[in-house]
Ligand binder design. Structure first.
Ligand SMILES: Nc1nc2c(ncn2[C@@H]2O[C@H](COP(=O)(O)OP(=O)(O)O)[C@@H](O)[C@H]2O)c(=O)[nH]1
Ligand SMILES: [Mg+2]
Length: 312
């Protein structure tokens, strides 16, 4: 838990400097819980990229609680808001969730996302984490479109001491996924991380290809993939939402991984995304190193965003 705090706090520094500081100001300078207060709070949330949908819902819920519970104390109010944020961050009634593999079989994780969002780096981080926990992950390079893509994965695999299955550039990505999962099983791996291509220029093809890889995983190993992860770039703001919609049409998305949270001062985007997509952000990337991945904790994030983490 302490590690999470440290990492999320560091990875979240830019957001804290901008959004959190302003939220704290709104709370400390409020003379009363009135329209001025709500307007100020709304403005800060919108500036922090929380998005209009989530912001309106949060303010409405907050007003309701103030009315029903006759809240007057700003500290109690901030607590109430933290609860509301946390609820949104849990992704509501998520329709899809990661599944467990059969005993003795590897957990297959399919990772998708647009080029440049941080997919390959995130796979390396997931592999690093699995290995550090005593597991045996295998990486499968199903992004066969660019030679550079599987070379980059190879570099990571070597560095991490993790086995990688790759093929020639231009090979059928589905076939690579199929073989990769079988090869991982033969080696006794307990986790398979499948990297995919993300070039948006050929949107139609990309989505067909992704659908096929998803299907082929299940043919290679019944029940696979056990988790589908969509990687998003936190620095692109509201554009991430259209990517969730697009990829959601190709396959059910269990989890979101928000990379580059360290690179934005608008970390409120997490709220916009979970509010709209109803898919929980399970992982957050907070740097370029293998260890710069944290499990997203909605409660801690909510309290951190509101400047409450040290009992403030
Ligand atoms: N600061 C920061 N940079 C990241 C993070 N994740 C990935 N990157 C960088 O983003 C760039 C693109 O990453 P890459 O994994 O190649 O993206 P892909 O095209 O989706 O596979 C690289 O320079 C990464 O080092 C992160 O969490 N924080
Ligand atoms: Mg890549």
């Amino acid at each position: 838990m302490k590690g999470f705090f440290k990492k999320i706090t560091e990875g979240f520094r830019k957001t804290r400097e901008v959004v959190t500081e302003q939220i704290v100001q709104v709370f400390t300078q409020a003379k009363a819980i009135d329209d001025v207060f709500y307007d100020d709070l709304e403005a800060v949330l919108l500036r922090g990229d929380v998005g209009p949908g989530a912001t309106v819902e949060m303010i409405a819920k907050l007003k309701k609680r103030v009315r029903e519970e006759k809240i007057e104390d700003p500290a109690v109010l901030r607590n109430a808001l933290a609860g509301i944020l946390e609820e949104i961050l849990r992704g509501g009634a998520a329709t899809s969730a990661p599944r467990s593999p059969q005993p003795g079989e590897p957990r297959v994780v399919l990772v998708a996302g647009v080029n440049g969002v941080g997919k390959t780096t995130s796979i390396a981080k997931l592999a690093y984490r699995a290995k550090a926990a005593g597991g045996m992950p295998v990486i499968v390079a199903s992004d066969t479109f660019r030679a550079a893509a599987s070379e980059q994965l190879e570099v990571w695999a070597k560095r991490l001491g993790v086995h990688i299955v790759r093929s020639q550039t231009g090979a059928d990505p589905g076939a690579v996924a199929f073989d990769g999962i079988r090869a991982a099983q033969a080696r006794g791996a307990d986790m398979v991380l499948v990297d995919t291509a993300g070039r948006l220029q050929t949107k139609g093809n990309l989505m067909e290809e992704l659908k096929k890889i998803h299907r082929v995983c299940g043919k290679s190993l019944e029940g696979a993939p056990h988790e589908t992860i969509l990687v998003l770039d936190a620095t692109i703001g509201q554009n991430a939402l259209s990517q969730v919609r697009l990829f959601g049409e190709a396959m059910p998305i269990d989890s979101l991984l928000l990379a580059k949270l360290d690179g934005t001062s608008k970390g409120g985007i997490v709220l916009a995304i979970t509010h709209e997509a109803k898919i929980p952000v399970r992982y957050v990337g907070v740097g370029e190193k293998a260890e710069d991945l944290v499990d997203f904790d909605p409660g801690l994030f909510a309290r951190g965003l509101l400047g409450m983490e040290e009992g403030a």
